[in-house]
Design a protein around this ligand. Structure first.
Ligand SMILES: N=c1c2ncn([C@@H]3O[C@H](COP(=O)(O)OP(=O)(O)OP(=O)(O)O)[C@@H](O)[C@H]3O)c2ncn1[C@@H]1O[C@H](COP(=O)(O)O)[C@@H](O)[C@H]1O
Length: 110
C-alpha cells in the first residue's frame, strides 16, 4: 500500500473505532450508516464525472483531481464501514496485471 493510503487507512480505522461524530466527519458518516456513505459515494462520482467533462473543454484538470480525491476518500470510508481497506482493492488490481480486459470479459461470456 502507498504511504498515503496506509496513513489514511490507519486514520479511517481510528475514526471508526474511537472518534466522536460531533467532531469527526468520518465518525459522523459511520454513525449515519451505510446508506449515507453510499449516497456520498454516488454524489462524489457524479461530481467527478461533471468535472471531467468540464476539464475536457477547459483543459484545466484541477477540479477533476479534487473531485476524484473526494470520490476515492468516500469509497475508502465505504470499504472501512464493511471491514475492508484499500489493500484488498490493490491486491485485486495486482491480480489483474497482464490480464487483458477484453480477454477477461470473453472468459466470463463462455
Ligand atoms: N480526506 C478527507 C476528506 N476528503 C473530503 N472530506 C470531507 O468530505 C465532505 C464532503 O464534501 P461535501 O461538499 O459533499 O460536504 P457536505 O456538503 O458538507 O456534506 P453533506 O452534508 O452533504 O453530507 C466535506 O466535509 C470534506 O471536508 C474529507 N474528510 C476527511 N478526510 C480525511 O479523513 C481524516 C479524518 O477526518 P475527520 O474524521 O473529520 O477527523 C482527515 O484528517 C483527512 O485525512
Amino acid at each position: 500500500m502507498s504511504d498515503v493510503l496506509k496513513t489514511l487507512a490507519d486514520l479511517l480505522e481510528q475514526r471508526k473505532q474511537n472518534a466522536d461524530p460531533e467532531s469527526s466527519y468520518v465518525a459522523s458518516l459511520h454513525h449515519k450508516g451505510l446508506n449515507k456513505i453510499l449516497e456520498k459515494v454516488g454524489e462524489e462520482a457524479n461530481e467527478a464525472i461533471i468535472a471531467a467533462k468540464d476539464a475536457e473543454h477547459s483543459g484545466d484538470n484541477k477540479d477533476v483531481i479534487y473531485e476524484t480525491a473526494d470520490l476515492w476518500f468516500h469509497s475508502l470510508v465505504m470499504l472501512s464501514h464493511l471491514g475492508e481497506d484499500s489493500d484488498a482493492v490493490l491486491d485485486e488490481l495486482a491480480r489483474r496485471f497482464g490480464l487483458s480486459g477484453i480477454d477477461e470479459k470473453a472468459s466470463r461470456n463462455k
